[in-house]
Design a protein around this ligand. Structure first.
Ligand code: AMP
Length: 286
């Protein structure tokens, strides 16, 4: 496994692979890798096979964090990430520095952003106004470094995957976006790097997100529901976890991400909940 830290080094390698007709799959991450990330690595390998190359990018991207968010203390453990990637037979970790991605020198002052203007408006985009501009910008930059033919994202961040797919289609990036299922702990909590912020009591109650999704699934299975009523029911349900503070619960069309007023089988639910300062998100198909 190689560790590449410069944009030029990654591009050189990617061009060599391209020249030899080697397929490349990219898994963009912010590191502090867990089983969810590793499932994306396995999917990436399935897509390109033994002869192809799997590149995991590890970069905590400052432009996708708001001013009050957790950029400075976002968890990092590069040694563990390398060990996990090696065990998962990743070919290359691309781990650029901030200086490499957003150089501060006068010649290369950073002033170009990629902005998706539709799918990124609601849900996380409403709660975190500059978030998706940072995501689309960094993902476009990473694609231009790794030159993958396929990139794997997690359904855990459903809106992110939808926004990236739209960007790829709109800007004619020559690659396919694959979305892999959310990996959960046995009790239902979706794996997330941010789970490490939770203390034992918060962690025990954090399964409320998954349970709320299951509650909505059960309700919709019986019959279509009014979104307003189901939302009110779930808000009340979430108060049964006293450490949880609901940010939002929304029902939406999984393709357009437009809110639905009538919740039916096949619609999607997204939930964001604070435990102290830690903000967890989850979603599911109903
Ligand atoms: P992150 O490092 O949190 O930015 O996530 C990197 C990628 O891993 C994104 O595509 C996420 O959607 C995906 N991911 C994060 N958690 C999970 C999970 N529990 N199951 C599957 N994919 C995940």
């Amino acid at each position: 496994m190689r560790i590449v830290t410069s944009v030029s080094g990654m591009q050189r390698l990617a061009k060599q692979w391209r020249g030899h007709g080697v397929g490349v799959a990219c898994v963009p991450t912010m590191g502090y890798l867990h089983g969810g990330h590793l499932s994306l690595v396995r999917e990436a390998r399935r897509r390109v096979g033994r002869a192809g190359k799997v590149v995991v990018t590890i970069y905590v991207n400052p432009t996708q964090f708001g001013p009050q968010e957790d950029l400075s203390h976002y968890p990092r453990d590069f040694t563990s990430d390398c060990r996990l990637c090696r065990a998962a037979e990743v070919d290359v970790i691309f781990a650029p520095s901030d200086q490499e991605m957003y150089p501060g020198n006068a010649e290369s002052r950073f002033s170009t952003y990629v902005v998706e203007e539709q799918l990124s408006q609601g849900l996380e985009g409403a709660a975190r106004p500059t978030h998706f501009r940072g995501v689309t910008t960094v993902v476009a930059k990473l694609f231009n470094c790794v030159l993958p033919e396929v990139a794997v994202f997690g359904a855990k961040d459903w809106q992110q995957a939808a926004v990236v797919k739209r960007m790829v289609a709109n800007l004619n990036f020559p690659l396919k976006i694959v979305v892999a299922p959310t990996v959960r702990e046995r009790a239902g909590l979706a794996l997330s790097s941010r789970n490490r912020y939770l203390d034992a009591a918060q962690r025990a109650q954090a399964t409320i997100l998954h349970h709320a999704i299951q509650r909505a699934q059960a309700a919709v299975k019986r019959q279509a529901q009014s979104a307003a009523q189901l939302k009110a029911d779930l808000k009340k349900f979430i108060t049964t976890a006293p450490l949880a503070r609901l940010d939002y619960v929304e029902f939406f069309d999984p393709e357009t991400l437009a809110p639905v007023t009538k919740v039916f089988c096949g619609a999607h639910i997204a939930i964001a909940v604070f435990f102290g300062k830690t903000r967890l998100i989850d979603n599911g198909r109903l």
